[in-house]
Design a protein around this ligand. Structure first.
Ligand SMILES: C[S@@+](CC[C@H](N)C(=O)[O-])C[C@H]1O[C@@H](n2cnc3c(N)ncnc32)[C@H](O)[C@@H]1O
Length: 377
């Protein structure tokens, strides 16, 4: 924690104000922020002055100009690679290492392990990889001799896992994914589905306690309304699904093959094709519609899509169709978890993280099946 002490010393001289909190090592979560005394709801626990934020606006002009067309994410990553200010090294020393990312971040895993992430997580991963490769190509062409692809990927993942939502009049026009800023010290807050309030005001970026905290308790912020698939791919961790009201899992792989091509086109024309999810409580509405029409002749489908057909008489068959599809998923989860248990690909901790994600999915699916079948009684 020497690196953190140095960061705090430097941060204080730069105007960062910590009030009753301190970064500490938290088992399984790296560094986190812990209350040093009892903290009252709405107390400001940290203020970071605007001048310390690393944003599109604060990036040296020659970098922004050289990277025309690059995402803000990609530009901030390049600026991290190109930074030479010695004080920046003090901040960087508190960041995770490349080896940490090799363990936690699926984009760094070998292909064989990446192949075993849940369906929706895989789609996110492919998108993330594409976004990275586009940013990298622009940066490589603009700065061919300044950093390697691996160094750039590290910086890109730092920006991905540690930036905050932030806009300025200049960046408002950009895509919301590009409204980002890096900032020291407050980038040490871990995530929970309910967390402290964050805001920008005249003094800078501030975080306010969302509730009373006892001394020794960890303070969190919420990174967003994210499922565990999203947290896994973007941030390299998962939380128990009963602690994550935003968790869900995609059942497209099991639901979609139940339809003929012609039927899938009818579904698509009615905007009901794909994105079939199950969350902590139940299949989502789209999944229910899909299961419902599966049990009906096609001439009855328009009434379902228009919401004019009475759902009472269809409900038993809908539940049966859903339970059937979810049983296919459950069987596949067992196969995938066996495959993970037998695998030697990647690091053991990465496989454990993946196994935990699948355990959450299994629990979600089994609970949902039990509910559907209980309702039958
Ligand atoms: C913004 S940083 C937070 C500080 C970080 N723990 C550290 O040591 O620097 C985000 C990273 O913290 C970790 N993290 C955040 N919330 C977590 C949680 N609830 N459980 C496990 N890891 C978490 C993940 O590695 C994530 O990518």
């Amino acid at each position: 924690m020497e690196a953190v002490d140095k960061l705090l010393e430097w941060a204080e001289t730069e105007g960062v104000k910590l009030n009753g909190i301190k970064p500490s090592l938290i088992p399984g979560r790296g560094i986190g922020i812990v209350a040093q005394r009892d903290i009252k709801e709405n107390e400001v626990v940290i203020t970071v002055p605007h001048k310390l934020l690393r944003t599109y606006d604060s990036t040296p002009k020659h970098i922004v100009t050289a990277l025309k067309g690059c995402t803000v994410h990609g530009i901030l990553a390049a600026s991290v690679c190109l930074e030479t200010d010695p004080s920046f090294a003090i901040w960087k020393a508190t960041w995770p290492t490349v080896e940490d990312f090799d363990i936690d971040i699926p984009m760094r895993w070998p292909l064989e392990l990446r192949d075993l992430v849940p369906h929706y997580a895989k789609a996110l991963l492919v998108k993330q990889q594409g976004k990275f490769e586009r940013d990298w190509r622009l940066c490589r062409d603009a700065f061919p001799h300044d950093f390697t692809k691996d160094q750039y990927m590290y910086a890109w993942l730092i920006v991905n896992t540690r930036s905050f939502y932030h806009t300025t009049p200049k960046t408002e026009r950009f895509h919301k994914h590009d409204h980002m800023a890096l900032q020291p010290v407050s980038d040490l807050f871990n995530h929970a589905s309910v967390g402290c309030h964050v805001k920008y005001d005249a003094d800078g970026f501030t975080i306010l306690a969302n509730k009373d905290h006892k001394a020794g308790q960890e303070l969190y912020i919420r990174y967003g309304h994210h499922s565990n698939d999203f947290l896994l791919i973007e941030y390299g961790f998962v939380v128990p699904c009963h602690e994550n009201p935003f968790d869900d899992t995609c059942i497209d792989v099991y639901m979609c093959p139940r339809f003929t091509v012609a039927q899938s086109e009818i579904m698509a024309a009615n905007k009901y094709w794909g994105n079939f999810m199950v969350d902590n409580n139940a299949p989502c509405y789209r999944s229910q519609v899909a299961a419902r029409v599966l049990g009906l002749p096609e001439e009855d489908w328009p009434g379902v899509f228009a919401g004019t057909r009475d759902d009472g008489p269809d409900s038993e068959e809908t539940k049966r169709q859903l339970a059937f599809v979810l049983r296919l998923y459950e069987k596949d989860i067992r196969r995938i978890m066996n495959e993970i248990a037998r695998s030697y690909d990647g690091e053991e901790e990465s496989r454990e993280l993946l196994r935990r994600r699948w355990l959450e999915v299994k629990e979600m699916i089994q609970t949902t099946i039990a509910r559907l079948e209980d309702d039958d009684d």
